[in-house]
Write a protein that binds this ligand. Structure first.
Ligand SMILES: [Zn+2]
Length: 604
Protein backbone atom coordinates (compact mmCIF):
# COMPACT_ATOMS: atom_id res chain seq x y z
CA UNK A 1 0.00 0.00 0.00
CA UNK A 2 2.72 2.47 0.95
CA UNK A 3 4.38 1.95 -2.42
CA UNK A 4 1.23 2.20 -4.46
CA UNK A 5 0.09 5.48 -2.91
CA UNK A 6 3.29 7.39 -3.53
CA UNK A 7 2.19 8.49 -6.96
CA UNK A 8 -1.11 10.16 -6.15
CA UNK A 9 -1.86 13.73 -5.09
CA UNK A 10 -3.26 12.75 -1.72
CA UNK A 11 -0.04 11.06 -0.74
CA UNK A 12 2.09 13.99 -1.86
CA UNK A 13 0.04 16.45 0.23
CA UNK A 14 0.22 14.04 3.17
CA UNK A 15 4.04 14.09 2.89
CA UNK A 16 4.05 17.91 2.87
CA UNK A 17 1.60 18.22 5.73
CA UNK A 18 3.48 15.77 7.96
CA UNK A 19 6.78 17.53 7.21
CA UNK A 20 5.26 20.94 8.00
CA UNK A 21 3.69 19.59 11.17
CA UNK A 22 7.02 18.24 12.37
CA UNK A 23 8.80 21.45 11.42
CA UNK A 24 6.35 23.51 13.47
CA UNK A 25 6.65 21.12 16.41
CA UNK A 26 10.42 21.42 16.42
CA UNK A 27 10.19 25.23 16.14
CA UNK A 28 7.98 25.13 19.20
CA UNK A 29 10.68 23.07 20.91
CA UNK A 30 8.24 20.35 21.77
CA UNK A 31 9.57 16.97 22.72
CA UNK A 32 10.67 15.33 19.46
CA UNK A 33 9.54 12.01 20.84
CA UNK A 34 5.88 13.05 20.81
CA UNK A 35 4.39 13.04 17.33
CA UNK A 36 2.35 16.21 16.82
CA UNK A 37 -1.39 16.11 16.26
CA UNK A 38 -1.85 17.14 12.65
CA UNK A 39 -4.64 19.71 12.17
CA UNK A 40 -6.44 20.11 8.86
CA UNK A 41 -9.52 22.27 8.34
CA UNK A 42 -12.61 22.92 6.25
CA UNK A 43 -15.22 25.63 6.55
CA UNK A 44 -18.84 25.64 5.49
CA UNK A 45 -21.43 28.36 5.76
CA UNK A 46 -24.92 26.93 6.40
CA UNK A 47 -26.57 29.93 4.78
CA UNK A 48 -28.90 27.67 2.80
CA UNK A 49 -28.80 24.24 1.17
CA UNK A 50 -25.12 23.30 1.01
CA UNK A 51 -24.22 22.89 -2.67
CA UNK A 52 -22.77 19.58 -3.84
CA UNK A 53 -19.82 21.55 -5.23
CA UNK A 54 -18.90 22.62 -1.70
CA UNK A 55 -18.19 19.00 -0.87
CA UNK A 56 -14.69 19.53 -2.29
CA UNK A 57 -14.04 21.88 0.63
CA UNK A 58 -14.46 18.88 2.92
CA UNK A 59 -13.28 15.98 0.73
CA UNK A 60 -9.87 17.51 -0.06
CA UNK A 61 -8.69 17.73 3.57
CA UNK A 62 -10.58 14.55 4.42
CA UNK A 63 -8.60 12.48 1.92
CA UNK A 64 -5.31 13.99 3.08
CA UNK A 65 -6.25 13.51 6.76
CA UNK A 66 -7.23 9.92 6.06
CA UNK A 67 -3.90 9.16 4.39
CA UNK A 68 -2.07 10.67 7.38
CA UNK A 69 -4.18 8.55 9.76
CA UNK A 70 -3.34 5.45 7.72
CA UNK A 71 0.32 6.27 8.34
CA UNK A 72 -0.31 6.14 12.07
CA UNK A 73 -0.51 9.84 12.96
CA UNK A 74 -3.22 11.46 15.00
CA UNK A 75 -5.21 13.91 12.91
CA UNK A 76 -7.93 16.46 13.72
CA UNK A 77 -10.05 17.42 10.75
CA UNK A 78 -11.81 20.57 11.91
CA UNK A 79 -15.03 21.38 10.17
CA UNK A 80 -15.80 24.97 11.00
CA UNK A 81 -19.51 25.73 10.67
CA UNK A 82 -19.58 29.42 9.90
CA UNK A 83 -22.98 29.68 11.53
CA UNK A 84 -22.25 33.02 13.23
CA UNK A 85 -22.05 34.67 9.81
CA UNK A 86 -24.75 37.15 8.92
CA UNK A 87 -27.84 35.95 7.09
CA UNK A 88 -27.36 37.62 3.71
CA UNK A 89 -30.40 36.71 1.68
CA UNK A 90 -33.35 34.37 1.47
CA UNK A 91 -32.35 31.57 -0.93
CA UNK A 92 -34.98 30.95 -3.57
CA UNK A 93 -37.17 27.85 -3.55
CA UNK A 94 -36.43 26.50 -0.09
CA UNK A 95 -39.56 24.67 1.10
CA UNK A 96 -41.06 26.16 4.24
CA UNK A 97 -39.78 29.68 3.60
CA UNK A 98 -41.28 32.80 2.06
CA UNK A 99 -40.10 36.37 1.42
CA UNK A 100 -40.89 37.30 5.04
CA UNK A 101 -37.59 35.63 6.03
CA UNK A 102 -35.94 38.76 4.61
CA UNK A 103 -36.73 40.51 7.91
CA UNK A 104 -33.94 38.42 9.46
CA UNK A 105 -31.22 39.57 7.07
CA UNK A 106 -28.28 40.80 9.12
CA UNK A 107 -28.75 38.41 12.04
CA UNK A 108 -26.42 35.47 12.73
CA UNK A 109 -27.50 32.31 10.87
CA UNK A 110 -28.19 30.66 14.23
CA UNK A 111 -30.68 33.44 15.12
CA UNK A 112 -32.82 32.99 12.01
CA UNK A 113 -35.85 30.70 12.33
CA UNK A 114 -35.59 27.36 10.54
CA UNK A 115 -37.88 26.77 7.54
CA UNK A 116 -41.45 25.95 8.62
CA UNK A 117 -41.88 22.33 9.63
CA UNK A 118 -38.19 21.79 10.36
CA UNK A 119 -37.35 19.82 13.50
CA UNK A 120 -34.25 21.99 13.97
CA UNK A 121 -34.05 25.04 16.24
CA UNK A 122 -32.73 27.51 13.67
CA UNK A 123 -31.72 28.14 10.06
CA UNK A 124 -28.08 27.05 10.43
CA UNK A 125 -28.91 23.82 12.25
CA UNK A 126 -31.48 22.92 9.62
CA UNK A 127 -28.97 23.04 6.77
CA UNK A 128 -26.09 21.62 8.81
CA UNK A 129 -28.18 18.52 9.55
CA UNK A 130 -28.52 17.47 5.90
CA UNK A 131 -24.79 17.92 5.31
CA UNK A 132 -23.90 16.07 8.52
CA UNK A 133 -25.95 13.10 7.38
CA UNK A 134 -24.23 13.01 3.99
CA UNK A 135 -20.77 13.28 5.54
CA UNK A 136 -21.56 10.32 7.79
CA UNK A 137 -22.62 8.25 4.77
CA UNK A 138 -19.40 9.26 3.01
CA UNK A 139 -17.28 8.07 5.95
CA UNK A 140 -15.89 11.54 6.66
CA UNK A 141 -14.63 11.82 10.23
CA UNK A 142 -14.31 15.36 11.59
CA UNK A 143 -14.58 17.64 14.63
CA UNK A 144 -17.44 20.03 13.97
CA UNK A 145 -16.95 23.48 15.47
CA UNK A 146 -19.84 25.94 15.69
CA UNK A 147 -18.50 29.46 15.34
CA UNK A 148 -21.62 30.66 17.16
CA UNK A 149 -20.60 28.52 20.13
CA UNK A 150 -17.01 29.72 19.91
CA UNK A 151 -17.82 33.43 19.72
CA UNK A 152 -20.71 33.52 22.17
CA UNK A 153 -18.74 31.55 24.78
CA UNK A 154 -15.87 34.03 24.61
CA UNK A 155 -13.43 31.41 23.30
CA UNK A 156 -11.73 34.03 21.11
CA UNK A 157 -11.71 36.81 23.74
CA UNK A 158 -7.91 37.26 23.79
CA UNK A 159 -7.71 37.12 20.00
CA UNK A 160 -10.45 39.75 19.62
CA UNK A 161 -8.84 42.11 22.12
CA UNK A 162 -5.49 41.52 20.42
CA UNK A 163 -6.93 42.31 16.99
CA UNK A 164 -8.54 45.50 18.37
CA UNK A 165 -5.22 46.60 19.88
CA UNK A 166 -3.56 46.03 16.50
CA UNK A 167 -6.38 47.46 14.38
CA UNK A 168 -4.15 50.10 12.79
CA UNK A 169 -1.72 47.42 11.58
CA UNK A 170 -4.57 45.28 10.26
CA UNK A 171 -6.00 48.30 8.47
CA UNK A 172 -2.59 48.97 6.92
CA UNK A 173 -2.31 45.37 5.66
CA UNK A 174 -5.81 45.50 4.19
CA UNK A 175 -5.07 48.86 2.65
CA UNK A 176 -2.22 47.41 0.56
CA UNK A 177 -4.80 45.33 -1.21
CA UNK A 178 -7.53 47.94 -1.28
CA UNK A 179 -5.14 50.12 -3.25
CA UNK A 180 -4.33 47.33 -5.67
CA UNK A 181 -8.02 46.69 -6.23
CA UNK A 182 -8.68 50.36 -6.90
CA UNK A 183 -5.81 50.52 -9.38
CA UNK A 184 -7.15 47.61 -11.34
CA UNK A 185 -10.81 48.43 -11.48
CA UNK A 186 -12.82 50.85 -9.48
CA UNK A 187 -15.07 50.06 -6.57
CA UNK A 188 -18.12 47.99 -7.25
CA UNK A 189 -17.06 47.14 -10.82
CA UNK A 190 -14.95 44.36 -9.37
CA UNK A 191 -17.91 43.16 -7.38
CA UNK A 192 -20.05 43.07 -10.48
CA UNK A 193 -17.43 41.14 -12.41
CA UNK A 194 -17.41 38.60 -9.64
CA UNK A 195 -21.17 38.45 -9.53
CA UNK A 196 -21.13 37.79 -13.27
CA UNK A 197 -18.70 34.94 -12.81
CA UNK A 198 -20.74 33.49 -10.02
CA UNK A 199 -23.79 33.64 -12.28
CA UNK A 200 -21.98 31.97 -15.16
CA UNK A 201 -20.63 29.28 -12.90
CA UNK A 202 -24.29 28.41 -12.36
CA UNK A 203 -24.33 24.98 -10.89
CA UNK A 204 -20.61 24.99 -10.26
CA UNK A 205 -19.19 24.83 -6.80
CA UNK A 206 -19.22 27.80 -4.54
CA UNK A 207 -16.28 27.56 -2.27
CA UNK A 208 -15.77 28.81 1.23
CA UNK A 209 -14.72 32.38 0.92
CA UNK A 210 -15.74 32.01 -2.68
CA UNK A 211 -19.30 31.64 -1.47
CA UNK A 212 -18.97 34.65 0.80
CA UNK A 213 -17.36 36.66 -1.96
CA UNK A 214 -20.00 35.75 -4.50
CA UNK A 215 -22.73 36.78 -2.11
CA UNK A 216 -21.01 40.06 -1.29
CA UNK A 217 -20.52 40.82 -4.94
CA UNK A 218 -24.18 40.19 -5.58
CA UNK A 219 -25.08 42.53 -2.75
CA UNK A 220 -22.75 45.19 -4.03
CA UNK A 221 -24.20 44.89 -7.50
CA UNK A 222 -27.78 44.97 -6.23
CA UNK A 223 -27.31 47.86 -3.85
CA UNK A 224 -24.76 49.71 -5.94
CA UNK A 225 -22.97 50.23 -2.66
CA UNK A 226 -19.70 49.36 -1.07
CA UNK A 227 -21.10 46.20 0.47
CA UNK A 228 -18.31 44.19 -1.13
CA UNK A 229 -15.79 45.80 1.17
CA UNK A 230 -17.86 45.06 4.26
CA UNK A 231 -16.02 41.85 5.07
CA UNK A 232 -12.77 43.61 5.85
CA UNK A 233 -14.47 45.89 8.36
CA UNK A 234 -13.80 49.30 6.85
CA UNK A 235 -14.84 51.68 9.56
CA UNK A 236 -16.79 54.89 10.00
CA UNK A 237 -15.57 58.26 11.17
CA UNK A 238 -14.09 56.79 14.37
CA UNK A 239 -11.60 54.76 12.36
CA UNK A 240 -11.12 51.17 11.38
CA UNK A 241 -12.34 48.29 13.59
CA UNK A 242 -11.97 44.61 12.69
CA UNK A 243 -14.88 43.69 14.95
CA UNK A 244 -18.62 44.01 14.46
CA UNK A 245 -21.18 43.64 17.25
CA UNK A 246 -24.60 42.18 16.60
CA UNK A 247 -27.09 44.82 17.79
CA UNK A 248 -28.52 44.50 21.31
CA UNK A 249 -31.80 45.98 20.06
CA UNK A 250 -32.59 44.19 16.78
CA UNK A 251 -29.95 41.44 16.69
CA UNK A 252 -28.55 42.55 13.32
CA UNK A 253 -25.05 43.50 12.30
CA UNK A 254 -25.91 46.86 10.78
CA UNK A 255 -23.82 48.39 13.54
CA UNK A 256 -20.99 50.88 13.48
CA UNK A 257 -18.37 51.08 16.20
CA UNK A 258 -18.16 54.72 17.20
CA UNK A 259 -15.61 54.54 20.00
CA UNK A 260 -13.19 52.08 21.57
CA UNK A 261 -10.87 52.41 24.53
CA UNK A 262 -7.92 50.02 24.57
CA UNK A 263 -7.36 50.46 28.30
CA UNK A 264 -10.88 49.75 29.52
CA UNK A 265 -11.98 47.79 26.38
CA UNK A 266 -15.13 49.93 26.40
CA UNK A 267 -16.75 49.84 23.00
CA UNK A 268 -19.62 52.00 21.82
CA UNK A 269 -21.69 51.18 18.77
CA UNK A 270 -24.84 52.42 17.10
CA UNK A 271 -27.25 50.50 14.93
CA UNK A 272 -28.38 51.86 11.59
CA UNK A 273 -31.37 49.52 11.54
CA UNK A 274 -33.10 50.34 14.83
CA UNK A 275 -31.14 53.28 16.24
CA UNK A 276 -30.05 51.33 19.31
CA UNK A 277 -26.78 52.36 20.88
CA UNK A 278 -24.84 51.08 23.87
CA UNK A 279 -21.42 50.94 25.42
CA UNK A 280 -20.11 47.51 26.34
CA UNK A 281 -16.91 46.14 27.77
CA UNK A 282 -15.31 43.97 25.10
CA UNK A 283 -13.44 42.02 27.77
CA UNK A 284 -16.80 40.55 28.80
CA UNK A 285 -19.01 41.05 25.71
CA UNK A 286 -19.73 38.01 23.52
CA UNK A 287 -22.21 39.16 20.85
CA UNK A 288 -20.11 39.99 17.84
CA UNK A 289 -17.35 38.68 15.63
CA UNK A 290 -14.18 39.55 13.85
CA UNK A 291 -14.65 40.44 10.19
CA UNK A 292 -14.01 37.53 7.82
CA UNK A 293 -10.61 38.62 6.55
CA UNK A 294 -9.36 38.73 10.16
CA UNK A 295 -11.52 35.92 11.53
CA UNK A 296 -10.09 33.29 9.17
CA UNK A 297 -6.36 33.90 9.86
CA UNK A 298 -7.13 34.27 13.59
CA UNK A 299 -8.51 30.74 13.54
CA UNK A 300 -5.50 29.36 11.61
CA UNK A 301 -3.35 30.55 14.50
CA UNK A 302 -5.83 29.59 17.24
CA UNK A 303 -6.22 26.01 15.98
CA UNK A 304 -2.74 25.52 14.49
CA UNK A 305 -4.17 24.61 11.08
CA UNK A 306 -1.59 23.01 8.77
CA UNK A 307 -3.73 22.25 5.75
CA UNK A 308 -6.82 24.07 4.53
CA UNK A 309 -7.76 24.30 0.87
CA UNK A 310 -9.94 26.98 -0.62
CA UNK A 311 -11.81 27.78 -3.80
CA UNK A 312 -9.99 28.73 -6.95
CA UNK A 313 -10.98 32.41 -6.73
CA UNK A 314 -8.63 32.75 -3.76
CA UNK A 315 -5.69 33.08 -6.11
CA UNK A 316 -6.57 36.73 -6.73
CA UNK A 317 -4.26 39.28 -5.06
CA UNK A 318 -6.77 40.69 -2.55
CA UNK A 319 -8.43 37.38 -1.71
CA UNK A 320 -9.01 36.48 1.91
CA UNK A 321 -6.47 33.62 1.68
CA UNK A 322 -3.72 35.92 0.42
CA UNK A 323 -4.53 38.74 2.84
CA UNK A 324 -4.99 36.18 5.61
CA UNK A 325 -1.41 34.99 5.07
CA UNK A 326 -0.14 38.47 5.96
CA UNK A 327 -2.48 38.91 8.89
CA UNK A 328 -1.75 35.54 10.49
CA UNK A 329 1.99 36.21 10.36
CA UNK A 330 2.11 39.91 11.20
CA UNK A 331 -0.75 40.10 13.70
CA UNK A 332 -1.29 36.65 15.22
CA UNK A 333 2.30 35.36 15.07
CA UNK A 334 1.05 32.28 13.27
CA UNK A 335 1.70 30.42 10.04
CA UNK A 336 -0.51 30.23 6.98
CA UNK A 337 -1.64 26.66 6.26
CA UNK A 338 -0.72 24.74 3.15
CA UNK A 339 -3.71 25.82 1.09
CA UNK A 340 -4.19 24.41 -2.38
CA UNK A 341 -6.81 26.10 -4.52
CA UNK A 342 -9.41 23.68 -5.73
CA UNK A 343 -11.24 23.95 -9.02
CA UNK A 344 -14.99 24.07 -9.51
CA UNK A 345 -17.01 20.90 -9.45
CA UNK A 346 -19.84 21.01 -11.95
CA UNK A 347 -23.05 19.07 -12.17
CA UNK A 348 -24.23 17.59 -15.44
CA UNK A 349 -27.86 17.14 -16.27
CA UNK A 350 -29.59 17.32 -12.93
CA UNK A 351 -33.33 17.28 -13.40
CA UNK A 352 -34.83 20.44 -11.95
CA UNK A 353 -37.72 18.60 -10.34
CA UNK A 354 -35.48 16.48 -8.17
CA UNK A 355 -33.44 19.14 -6.46
CA UNK A 356 -35.46 18.79 -3.35
CA UNK A 357 -33.95 21.54 -1.28
CA UNK A 358 -34.23 24.83 -3.05
CA UNK A 359 -33.01 24.29 -6.58
CA UNK A 360 -29.51 23.43 -5.46
CA UNK A 361 -28.00 19.96 -5.90
CA UNK A 362 -26.73 18.81 -2.52
CA UNK A 363 -24.49 15.88 -1.54
CA UNK A 364 -27.66 14.11 -0.39
CA UNK A 365 -29.06 14.37 -3.93
CA UNK A 366 -25.92 12.72 -5.33
CA UNK A 367 -25.99 9.98 -2.69
CA UNK A 368 -29.54 9.14 -3.74
CA UNK A 369 -28.33 8.08 -7.19
CA UNK A 370 -24.81 6.82 -6.51
CA UNK A 371 -23.07 4.88 -3.76
CA UNK A 372 -20.72 6.67 -1.39
CA UNK A 373 -17.55 4.96 -2.73
CA UNK A 374 -18.29 6.18 -6.26
CA UNK A 375 -18.78 9.77 -5.08
CA UNK A 376 -15.56 9.56 -3.01
CA UNK A 377 -13.75 8.21 -6.05
CA UNK A 378 -14.65 11.28 -8.15
CA UNK A 379 -12.76 13.45 -5.64
CA UNK A 380 -9.91 11.02 -4.97
CA UNK A 381 -8.94 10.47 -8.58
CA UNK A 382 -8.69 14.14 -9.60
CA UNK A 383 -6.11 16.56 -8.27
CA UNK A 384 -7.77 19.49 -6.49
CA UNK A 385 -6.86 21.88 -9.30
CA UNK A 386 -8.66 19.72 -11.88
CA UNK A 387 -12.31 20.49 -12.36
CA UNK A 388 -14.78 17.72 -13.07
CA UNK A 389 -18.50 17.14 -13.30
CA UNK A 390 -20.76 14.97 -11.21
CA UNK A 391 -23.15 13.19 -13.53
CA UNK A 392 -26.87 13.19 -12.92
CA UNK A 393 -27.58 12.37 -16.58
CA UNK A 394 -26.90 9.29 -18.75
CA UNK A 395 -23.18 9.81 -18.09
CA UNK A 396 -23.63 8.18 -14.68
CA UNK A 397 -23.99 4.81 -16.43
CA UNK A 398 -20.63 5.21 -18.16
CA UNK A 399 -19.07 6.34 -14.89
CA UNK A 400 -20.30 3.18 -13.16
CA UNK A 401 -18.93 1.06 -16.05
CA UNK A 402 -15.56 2.72 -15.51
CA UNK A 403 -15.77 2.07 -11.78
CA UNK A 404 -16.63 -1.61 -12.30
CA UNK A 405 -13.73 -1.97 -14.77
CA UNK A 406 -11.43 -0.50 -12.11
CA UNK A 407 -12.71 -3.01 -9.55
CA UNK A 408 -11.93 -5.87 -11.95
CA UNK A 409 -8.39 -4.55 -12.46
CA UNK A 410 -7.92 -4.28 -8.71
CA UNK A 411 -9.16 -7.86 -8.33
CA UNK A 412 -6.86 -9.31 -11.01
CA UNK A 413 -3.86 -7.20 -10.02
CA UNK A 414 -3.50 -5.36 -13.33
CA UNK A 415 -4.37 -1.98 -11.81
CA UNK A 416 -1.94 0.97 -12.04
CA UNK A 417 -0.59 2.25 -8.70
CA UNK A 418 -2.29 5.67 -8.77
CA UNK A 419 -5.61 4.06 -9.75
CA UNK A 420 -5.23 1.53 -6.95
CA UNK A 421 -4.65 4.36 -4.49
CA UNK A 422 -7.76 6.24 -5.64
CA UNK A 423 -9.77 3.01 -5.39
CA UNK A 424 -8.57 2.34 -1.84
CA UNK A 425 -9.40 5.92 -0.79
CA UNK A 426 -12.86 5.59 -2.34
CA UNK A 427 -13.85 2.27 -0.78
CA UNK A 428 -12.64 2.81 2.76
CA UNK A 429 -10.98 5.01 5.34
CA UNK A 430 -8.46 4.40 8.09
CA UNK A 431 -11.48 3.39 10.21
CA UNK A 432 -12.48 0.57 7.84
CA UNK A 433 -14.30 -0.30 4.65
CA UNK A 434 -17.44 1.55 3.63
CA UNK A 435 -20.59 -0.51 3.04
CA UNK A 436 -20.71 -1.96 -0.45
CA UNK A 437 -23.12 -3.86 -2.65
CA UNK A 438 -22.49 -7.62 -2.30
CA UNK A 439 -23.37 -8.38 -5.95
CA UNK A 440 -22.49 -5.19 -7.88
CA UNK A 441 -24.47 -5.85 -11.09
CA UNK A 442 -23.86 -3.26 -13.82
CA UNK A 443 -25.63 0.01 -12.96
CA UNK A 444 -26.92 0.43 -16.52
CA UNK A 445 -28.47 -3.05 -16.37
CA UNK A 446 -30.10 -2.32 -13.03
CA UNK A 447 -31.38 0.99 -14.37
CA UNK A 448 -32.84 -0.69 -17.45
CA UNK A 449 -34.51 -3.42 -15.43
CA UNK A 450 -36.04 -0.94 -12.99
CA UNK A 451 -37.09 1.23 -15.92
CA UNK A 452 -39.00 -1.69 -17.41
CA UNK A 453 -40.42 -3.21 -14.22
CA UNK A 454 -41.21 0.18 -12.63
CA UNK A 455 -39.68 -1.26 -9.48
CA UNK A 456 -41.98 -4.32 -9.12
CA UNK A 457 -39.83 -6.44 -6.79
CA UNK A 458 -40.83 -9.93 -7.84
CA UNK A 459 -40.35 -9.20 -11.51
CA UNK A 460 -37.06 -7.42 -10.80
CA UNK A 461 -35.73 -10.40 -8.86
CA UNK A 462 -36.74 -12.79 -11.64
CA UNK A 463 -34.96 -10.74 -14.29
CA UNK A 464 -31.83 -10.15 -12.22
CA UNK A 465 -31.64 -13.89 -11.44
CA UNK A 466 -31.78 -14.73 -15.13
CA UNK A 467 -28.87 -12.42 -15.97
CA UNK A 468 -26.42 -15.09 -14.87
CA UNK A 469 -28.26 -18.41 -14.46
CA UNK A 470 -25.11 -20.09 -13.12
CA UNK A 471 -25.15 -17.74 -10.14
CA UNK A 472 -28.73 -16.63 -9.65
CA UNK A 473 -29.53 -13.83 -7.26
CA UNK A 474 -31.38 -15.20 -4.24
CA UNK A 475 -32.57 -11.87 -2.90
CA UNK A 476 -32.70 -8.27 -4.11
CA UNK A 477 -30.71 -7.34 -1.02
CA UNK A 478 -27.64 -8.81 -2.71
CA UNK A 479 -27.96 -6.11 -5.37
CA UNK A 480 -28.54 -3.33 -2.84
CA UNK A 481 -27.83 -0.50 -2.25
CA UNK A 482 -26.75 -0.12 -5.90
CA UNK A 483 -30.17 -1.28 -7.08
CA UNK A 484 -31.89 1.40 -5.00
CA UNK A 485 -29.56 4.09 -6.36
CA UNK A 486 -30.32 3.02 -9.94
CA UNK A 487 -34.02 3.05 -9.19
CA UNK A 488 -33.77 6.55 -7.70
CA UNK A 489 -31.88 7.68 -10.78
CA UNK A 490 -34.56 6.34 -13.11
CA UNK A 491 -37.44 7.81 -11.15
CA UNK A 492 -35.88 11.19 -10.32
CA UNK A 493 -33.59 12.01 -13.27
CA UNK A 494 -34.87 10.26 -16.38
CA UNK A 495 -37.72 12.23 -17.97
CA UNK A 496 -41.00 10.44 -18.59
CA UNK A 497 -40.60 10.58 -22.39
CA UNK A 498 -37.27 8.74 -22.10
CA UNK A 499 -38.72 5.93 -19.98
CA UNK A 500 -39.31 2.51 -21.54
CA UNK A 501 -42.85 1.26 -21.97
CA UNK A 502 -43.15 -2.33 -23.17
CA UNK A 503 -46.03 -2.90 -25.59
CA UNK A 504 -48.93 -4.88 -24.22
CA UNK A 505 -50.15 -6.03 -27.65
CA UNK A 506 -48.18 -6.97 -30.78
CA UNK A 507 -47.81 -4.34 -33.52
CA UNK A 508 -49.81 -6.37 -36.08
CA UNK A 509 -49.43 -3.76 -38.78
CA UNK A 510 -45.65 -3.77 -38.55
CA UNK A 511 -45.50 -7.57 -38.34
CA UNK A 512 -47.68 -7.89 -41.44
CA UNK A 513 -45.48 -5.48 -43.38
CA UNK A 514 -42.26 -7.50 -42.89
CA UNK A 515 -40.51 -8.97 -45.89
CA UNK A 516 -39.16 -12.52 -46.01
CA UNK A 517 -35.80 -11.48 -44.54
CA UNK A 518 -37.46 -9.65 -41.63
CA UNK A 519 -39.66 -12.65 -40.82
CA UNK A 520 -36.65 -14.96 -41.00
CA UNK A 521 -34.68 -12.80 -38.57
CA UNK A 522 -37.50 -12.98 -36.01
CA UNK A 523 -37.84 -16.75 -36.52
CA UNK A 524 -34.10 -17.24 -35.85
CA UNK A 525 -34.29 -15.13 -32.73
CA UNK A 526 -37.36 -16.92 -31.34
CA UNK A 527 -35.78 -20.30 -32.10
CA UNK A 528 -32.68 -19.44 -30.05
CA UNK A 529 -34.42 -17.81 -27.09
CA UNK A 530 -34.61 -20.79 -24.74
CA UNK A 531 -31.05 -21.95 -25.31
CA UNK A 532 -29.66 -18.41 -24.93
CA UNK A 533 -31.70 -17.15 -21.95
CA UNK A 534 -29.02 -15.26 -20.03
CA UNK A 535 -27.34 -11.88 -20.46
CA UNK A 536 -24.31 -13.38 -22.23
CA UNK A 537 -26.39 -15.85 -24.24
CA UNK A 538 -28.82 -13.24 -25.53
CA UNK A 539 -25.96 -10.94 -26.43
CA UNK A 540 -24.51 -13.69 -28.64
CA UNK A 541 -27.95 -14.38 -30.09
CA UNK A 542 -28.97 -10.82 -31.03
CA UNK A 543 -25.61 -10.13 -32.68
CA UNK A 544 -25.57 -13.59 -34.28
CA UNK A 545 -28.93 -13.54 -36.08
CA UNK A 546 -27.85 -10.95 -38.70
CA UNK A 547 -24.63 -12.93 -39.25
CA UNK A 548 -26.59 -16.09 -40.02
CA UNK A 549 -28.81 -14.10 -42.39
CA UNK A 550 -25.69 -12.77 -44.14
CA UNK A 551 -24.38 -16.34 -44.43
CA UNK A 552 -21.51 -15.64 -42.03
CA UNK A 553 -20.09 -17.78 -39.23
CA UNK A 554 -21.26 -16.80 -35.70
CA UNK A 555 -17.74 -15.60 -34.83
CA UNK A 556 -17.28 -13.63 -38.07
CA UNK A 557 -15.58 -10.24 -37.83
CA UNK A 558 -18.02 -7.34 -38.31
CA UNK A 559 -18.07 -5.70 -41.76
CA UNK A 560 -19.81 -2.39 -42.59
CA UNK A 561 -22.62 -4.36 -44.28
CA UNK A 562 -23.03 -6.56 -41.22
CA UNK A 563 -23.14 -3.54 -38.91
CA UNK A 564 -25.90 -2.01 -41.01
CA UNK A 565 -27.83 -5.27 -40.91
CA UNK A 566 -27.43 -5.46 -37.13
CA UNK A 567 -28.64 -1.88 -36.67
CA UNK A 568 -31.73 -2.57 -38.79
CA UNK A 569 -32.46 -5.77 -36.87
CA UNK A 570 -32.10 -4.04 -33.51
CA UNK A 571 -34.37 -1.18 -34.61
CA UNK A 572 -37.01 -3.69 -35.69
CA UNK A 573 -36.86 -5.43 -32.29
CA UNK A 574 -37.15 -2.10 -30.43
CA UNK A 575 -40.16 -1.08 -32.50
CA UNK A 576 -41.89 -4.38 -31.89
CA UNK A 577 -41.10 -4.44 -28.14
CA UNK A 578 -41.24 -0.78 -27.05
CA UNK A 579 -42.58 1.16 -30.09
CA UNK A 580 -39.37 3.19 -30.42
CA UNK A 581 -36.13 2.97 -32.42
CA UNK A 582 -33.91 2.64 -29.35
CA UNK A 583 -34.12 1.53 -25.75
CA UNK A 584 -32.20 -0.32 -23.07
CA UNK A 585 -29.62 -2.83 -24.30
CA UNK A 586 -31.51 -5.58 -26.09
CA UNK A 587 -30.32 -8.56 -24.00
CA UNK A 588 -31.43 -6.74 -20.85
CA UNK A 589 -34.68 -5.70 -22.48
CA UNK A 590 -35.45 -9.26 -23.66
CA UNK A 591 -34.76 -10.68 -20.19
CA UNK A 592 -36.92 -8.00 -18.64
CA UNK A 593 -39.84 -8.55 -20.98
CA UNK A 594 -39.72 -12.33 -20.39
CA UNK A 595 -39.97 -15.19 -22.93
CA UNK A 596 -43.77 -15.44 -23.12
CA UNK A 597 -44.28 -11.76 -23.82
CA UNK A 598 -41.30 -11.62 -26.22
CA UNK A 599 -42.86 -14.46 -28.23
CA UNK A 600 -46.22 -12.73 -28.28
CA UNK A 601 -44.84 -9.33 -29.33
CA UNK A 602 -42.60 -10.84 -32.03
CA UNK A 603 -45.59 -12.62 -33.55
CA UNK A 604 -44.73 -16.21 -32.65
ZN1 LIG B 1 -30.41 47.30 15.84
Amino acid sequence: MAQSTETDWVSRFADDVIAESERRASDAKQSPAAAPVVVVASGLSPSGPIHLGNLREVMTPHLVADEIRRRGYEVRHLLSWDDYDRYRKVPAGVPGTDPSWAEHIGKPLTSVPAPAGSPYPNWAEHFKAAMTESLAELGVEYDGISQTAQYTSGAYREQILHAMRHRAEIDAILDRYRTKDKDKSKGAAKGQAQAGQAGQAGQAAQAKGGQKKAEEAELAAEEGSGAASEDDGSGGSAGYFPYKPYCGGCGKDLTTVTAYDDGTTELTYTCAECGFSETVRLSEFNRGKLVWKVDWPMRWAYEGVIFEPSGVDHSSPGSSFVVGGQIVREIFDGVQPIGPMYAFVGISGMAKMSSSKGGVPTPADALKIMEAPLLRWLYARRRPNQSFKIAFDQEIQRLYDEWDALERKVADGSVLPADAAAYARATGTAAGELPRTPRPLPYRTLASVVDITAGAEEQTLRILSELDPARPLTSLDEARPRLDRAENWITSQVPAEARTVVRSEPDQELLASLDERGRESLRLLLEGLDSHWSLDGLTTLVYGVPKVLEGLEPDAKPTPELKTAQRQFFALLYRLLVSRDTGPRLPTLLLAVGTDRVRKLLGA
